[in-house]
Design a protein around this ligand. Structure first.
Ligand SMILES: Cc1cc2nc3c(=O)[nH]c(=O)nc-3n(C[C@H](O)[C@H](O)[C@H](O)COP(=O)(O)OP(=O)(O)OC[C@H]3O[C@@H](n4cnc5c(N)ncnc54)[C@H](O)[C@@H]3O)c2cc1C
Length: 391
């Protein structure tokens, strides 16, 4: 029996988990150190993700994907993340790009973009800009009517899988006066005239992923719009509700990897005549970590179950992202501490995980933004209860 709580997966989820486990052990894990050192995008792993069906596991079967529910998807992502943070982040960046199409796209758009994604031609999510990340309503990219379509101008920044993806869901203001209610989403092809990528970020962690800018002064046809005109901020937030559960899966996977290396090292490393786990200063740290990772994992699987059951996951997804990412922070920190001097020096898995972890508290809504979402929900609950009491 493992110390950490383990989910009981149904047959379908177990199948995806086992595919992810095999590839993680044979392919993704052995590459992790090299990708980090050389900051190299793993095209060979993308081939494996496509061949195995993992690249499109969450895409409905009618569009060429695996048709897996979120529970199966997170089981696979968590397993990949415990072997290679970068490969898991790539899987999640693709999912983030696909969801606006899945949630708001027309059937022809789903057939094209989701079908191509299942075959390895990815779509990225391009909302953030240099001047604004958390405050998405403040984006400055614009889309103005021109002929039978739209001229999109601006620059998107920190795009996950940027440059590696062929297509981009670009969020731009079609009615700047309307603020958050004047944002629309468009499919943009990076090969189109007036689209360029000229900056790749040199990152602290997940260095096997590619993160880029996207410069735009390009024309798209009217049918490039995804969803309703002016309603794309809502689409972005709905996408992020699912995306946060995916980041939560990355967090639990990374926490498990950090816990594993810390626990093994604590049993094996001798000091003062015995293994260091015999000291409560170390043993209790691992006991707390096992407890917190179990709680984080329970929260992750409950959030995915709720999503699959059609429930609103705005709050639960925010809680899952907030809690699991902060548990992964603690796990990476404990791993470095248990490894001591070796944990501070390359090449060491604890050192890499410590750097890979940090993004989990930043992208798809920082920890502060999750707390903001939850604080608003707390207030709304109290105000609603007061209103009902006085009615
Ligand atoms: C590797 C990587 C991949 C990314 N991938 C994508 C992607 O695929 N697509 C995409 O669109 N974006 C992506 N991003 C952007 C990412 O989502 C943003 O960096 C993130 O949302 C934070 O925005 P910001 O960096 O502008 O920070 P800011 O919004 O400037 O925030 C700075 C700090 O202030 C805090 N803060 C801001 N507002 C508040 C508030 N109201 N209350 C309390 N604290 C607050 C924040 O929590 C943060 O700590 C990526 C970023 C990175 C680094």
């Amino acid at each position: 029996m493992t110390v950490i709580w383990t989910p009981k997966l149904n047959e379908d989820a177990q199948k995806w988990h086992d595919i992810a486990a095999r590839l993680s052990d044979e392919k993704f894990g052995p590459l992790a150190e090299e990708l980090d050192r050389d900051q190299r995008y793993p095209w060979e792993s993308i081939d494996e993700l496509v061949k195995s069906g993992l690249a499109g596991l969450f895409i409905p079967t009618e569009f060429g994907g695996g048709g897996a529910p979120l529970t199966a998807t997170i089981a696979a992502v968590e397993r990949v993340a415990s072997a290679c943070s970068s490969t898991a982040a790539i899987l999640c960046a693709c999912q983030l790009g696909a969801f606006p199409v899945l949630l708001g796209g027309r059937d022809d758009q789903k057939r094209k973009y989701l079908g191509e994604m299942a075959q390895g031609t990815a779509t990225s999510f391009a909302l953030s800009e240099r001047s604004t990340g958390s405050d998405a309503a403040a984006i400055t990219a614009t889309a103005d009517r021109e002929g039978e379509g739209w001229r999109i101008k601006g620059e998107k920044y920190w795009i996950g899988n940027g440059g590696a993806s062929r297509y981009y869901v670009v969020f731009a203001k079609t009615d700047p006066k309307a603020g958050g209610r004047g944002i629309s989403a468009f499919m943009v092809d990076k090969e189109a005239e007036g689209v360029s990528i000229d900056e790749l970020n040199d990152k602290m962690g997940i260095r096997g992923t590619q993160t880029s800018n996207l410069k735009l002064d390009t024309w798209v046809a009217a049918d490039a719009m995804i969803g309703e005109e002016g309603r794309a901020l809502r689409l972005a937030l709905k996408t992020l509700n699912v995306g946060r559960i995916m980041v939560s899966a990355q967090s639990v996977g990374l926490a498990l990897a950090a816990y594993r290396t810390a626990a093994e090292r604590a049993v094996e490393r001798q000091a003062f005549g015995g293994p260091i786990i015999e000291n409560q200063g170390i043993g209790f740290k691992l006991a707390d970590l096992a407890t917190e990772i179990s709680a984080a994992r329970l929260m992750l699987y409950e959030a995915a179950r709720a999503y699959d059951a059609g429930e609103d996951v705005t709050n639960l997804g925010a809680m899952a992202k907030l809690f699991t990412s902060e548990v992964s922070h603690k796990a990476a920190d404990v791993a470095v501490q248990v490894w001591g001097g070796f944990g501070y020096c390359k090449p060491n898995v604890a050192e890499r995980l410590y750097r890979d972890q940090r993004i989990l508290e930043i992208y798809e809504g920082t920890s502060e933004i999750q707390r903001l979402v939850l604080a608003r929900a707390v207030r709304k609950n109290v105000e609603k209860a007061a209103q009902e009491a006085s009615a």
